[in-house]
Design a binder for this molecule. Structure first.
Ligand code: KG4
Ligand code: ZN
Length: 336
């Protein structure tokens, strides 16, 4: 799959992780990620704070990625960078830096769509899915099912109409008084509990998702139970977490199953931070065994936001000669 000698530097700054990666001749030589723990104290990402932190981190992260890879800027053949979707101020920091580097070095600039890059994270390491495959991309900002026909040809079959799956974990956690991001904590506590509280599964047509209803259902349920027993959350936390995880996983698994059936595809990849969820992995693995699926989970460092996946997507575009103008602008939404 990897042709010729190509060395790319990639930059990702769409949300709250500043990341740079170097990929040469198909090998990921470095993938440096500076995460912004500062947002935990605000209970969510503060865009203005995120941009400032990117500004502080970007040079350090790029230098560290080049150093770890043992590659000098003169050896680079191109610079790839996320142009969107994401937070405007955050994107602008990485994009300006990448374009300035490409201009200075006189090498191609490659603008990468963050959502396509999540999908292509499956090609960084073995086993790589064959085309066509379905990708469920689930994170704090995104929930999509994508039909992946090639490295550059993708069709969004369904997506969330409101909150993302990770957001559903995080907002539910906030109702329970858990710190941000609550997803990993809910996962941990769910393992010790049972899904005894039946939160309703929203009825949404086709392959789209909706998570805002369960957030409201959880809010009312907790409010009513706490009225009866002020210690309800503390004494039933594991079961509450198991019930929240159960409904979110069920929504995801039902739609993936429908997509697989409608498109007659058995190769299914899972990308994004929520791919770490043990309940989702177990349920998909069980159902996959029943239905004869081949499941693909990229290594965790390539599931959460990272520049390695931007390098991978940049590589697919590079070998197609798909370069981008230096007046490329950041964008908040979209798959192009
Ligand atoms: O991909 P990511 O690092 O950033 C973006 O949002 O793009 O994903 C972060 C999201 C958060 O919402 C976090 O709560 C969720 O992924 N997450 C999890 C788990 N690990 C991370 N959700 C459920 N279970 C987990 N184990
Ligand atoms: Zn992402």
């Amino acid at each position: 799959m990897f042709e010729g000698k190509t060395c790319l530097l990639a930059i990702e700054s769409s949300c709250d992780d500043t990341s740079a990666a170097v990929m040469c001749d198909g090998l990921m030589l470095s993938n440096i990620i500076a995460s912004q723990a500062i947002h935990a104290q605000y209970g969510g990402i503060v865009p203005e704070v995120a941009s400032r932190m990117h500004q502080e981190n970007i040079s350090l992260v790029v230098d560290a990625a080049l150093q770890k890879a043992g590659v000098s800027v003169s050896q680079l053949d191109g610079i790839a960078c996320t142009a969107g979707p994401g937070l405007m101020g955050s994107l602008t920091v990485g994009l300006s830096y990448a374009k300035a580097m490409a201009l200075t070095l006189g090498i191609p600039f490659i603008s990468v769509n963050h959502m396509r890059a999540h999908v292509l994270s499956h090609f960084i390491d073995e086993p790589r899915p064959p085309f066509p495959f379905l990708c469920l991309t689930v994170s704090g900002g995104h929930t999509q099912i994508v039909l992946v026909k090639s490295g550059t040809d993708m069709e969004v079959l369904g997506q969330t109409l409101d909150d993302a799956a990770g957001e559903a974990f995080d907002k539910s956690g906030k109702i329970l008084g858990l710190p941000y991001p609550a997803g990993p904590l809910i996962d941990r506590m769910a393992r010790e509990g049972k899904p005894v509280y039946p939160f309703p599964i929203p009825q949404v047509d086709g392959l789209d998702f909706s998570f805002s209803g369960i957030k409201t259902a959880i809010l009312y349920f907790i409010r009513d139970e706490v009225k009866k027993d002020p210690a309800f959350i503390e004494t039933h936390l594991n079961d509450i977490c198991a019930s929240i995880q159960h409904v979110i996983v069920e929504i995801l698994v039902r739609k993936v199953s429908l997509a697989a059936q409608l498109h007659n595809i058995s190769h299914i990849g899972i990308a994004g931070g929520v791919a770490a969820n043990s309940g989702l992995r177990t349920r998909l693995t069980d159902i996959g065994k029943e239905l004869g699926w081949n499941l693909y989970f990229p290594a965790m460092q390539y599931c959460t936001d990272n520049a390695g996946m931007i390098a991978m997507a940049g590589y697919f575009q590079f070998i197609d000669g798909h370069f981008s103008p230096l007046d490329t602008k950041p964008f908040v939404r979209g798959m192009e």
